[in-house]
Design a protein around this ligand. Structure first.
Ligand code: CAA
Length: 288
């Protein structure tokens, strides 16, 4: 089955990006949020990004209009009934996802692929919340979704290879490069990235180097696009902490343990860019 109509659940940082790239590639896309204000916030972020593309000369104004015409926002899950692929991008709560996957299972056609953008929860466990385990996979996008070229396509022991292939073809159709990975907590990217970010926080916590020196060391010494502390702010320190907890729970290895400073920054509401303060102060000029 070729994927035509796409649904996205959640219009936050990741969901809005996924809905945008889907609509931009010409797929009629419905994106669902729980409330009108949250939906409007997500759609506003999409409009802002597209307008930024037009202003930078990266996107024709007509293509922005076409993208917006392909995009429909809703607060009703029922509006995803006609989708061939539904991608869930809600908060990393197993309980929330249990409820959502159960509801989607009742709403969507049996052949619809139900995918999760989770970065750390088990796709196999999510598949048990449905009666279509063979059509449940992971599609793990990266932030910022419109600019990052990778999608990790996650197969479980029960995933139908045809579903994996159909979803991979759709990812390529929206301009992404696919890597196929098994269902192990953190998949490939976070398995390697998260301990690196946590170690950078430990280096800072131990006073080995300043924030800027740590970030410059990795930026200029390794050619990374941004340093690990800035990346933490960018991803969200609350998200990083929560992924670390899930990975530690799974592997019980010290390298996945959240450093005490990270825990305290999260408790203090310093979640990075999204709250205006993390390792950097985002309230005035965004750091570069
Ligand atoms: N529309 C179209 N194109 C745009 C655009 C827009 N609104 N905004 C920017 N661009 C283009 C720019 O024109 C530029 O294109 P060229 O390379 O052709 O010149 C490109 O996108 C990069 O944009 P900028 O120059 O403005 O920004 P930058 O060079 O500082 O890069 C970045 C920004 C892409 C975020 C880069 O810093 C980066 O790659 N950082 C690392 C991000 C990362 O690691 N993400 C993964 C996080 S982990 C995760 O997501 C997984 C998880 O589960 C936690």
């Amino acid at each position: 089955m070729a994927i035509r109509n796409v649904g996205v659940v959640g219009c936050g940082l990741m969901g809005s990006g996924i809905a945008q790239v889907s609509a931009q590639a010409g797929f009629p896309t419905v994106v669902r949020e729980v409330s009108k204000p949250l939906l409007e916030k997500g759609l506003g972020a999409i409009r802002k990004f597209l307008q930024g593309g037009v202003d930078k000369g990266k996107l024709a104004a007509a293509d922005m209009e076409k993208t917006l015409a392909n995009l429909k926002g809703t607060t009703e899950l029922q509006d995803l009934a006609g989708c061939d692929l539904v991608i869930e991008a809600v908060s990393e709560s197993l309980e929330l996802k249990r409820e959502l996957f159960g509801a989607l299972d009742g709403i969507c056609r049996p052949e619809t692929i139900v995918a999760s953008n989770t970065s750390s929860l088990s796709i196999t466990e999510l598949s048990t919340f449905t009666k279509r385990a063979e059509r449940v996979i992971g599609l793990h996008f990266f932030n910022p979704v419109p600019l990052m070229k990778l999608v990790e396509v996650v197969r479980t022991l029960r995933s139908d290879p045809a579903a994996v292939q159909e979803a991979s073809e759709w990812c390529r159709a929206i301009g992404k490069t696919v890597v196929t990975v098994g269902d192990s907590t953190g998949f490939v990217v976070n398995r390697l990235l998260v301990p690196y970010m946590l170690d950078a926080i430990r280096v800072f916590e131990q006073g080995l180097a300043s924030r800027d020196d740590i970030d410059n060391a990795m930026k200029l010494g390794c050619g990374y696009p941004m340093g690990p502390l800035l990346l933490g702010d960018y991803v969200g320190l609350d998200t990083t902490h929560s992924i670390a907890q899930i990975m530690f729970e799974e592997f019980r290895e010290p390298r996945f343990a959240s450093p005490p400073l990270l825990k305290r920054m999260v408790l203090a509401g310093r979640h990075g860019r999204k709250t205006g303060r993390g390792f950097y102060d985002w309230s005035t000029n965004p750091p570069s």
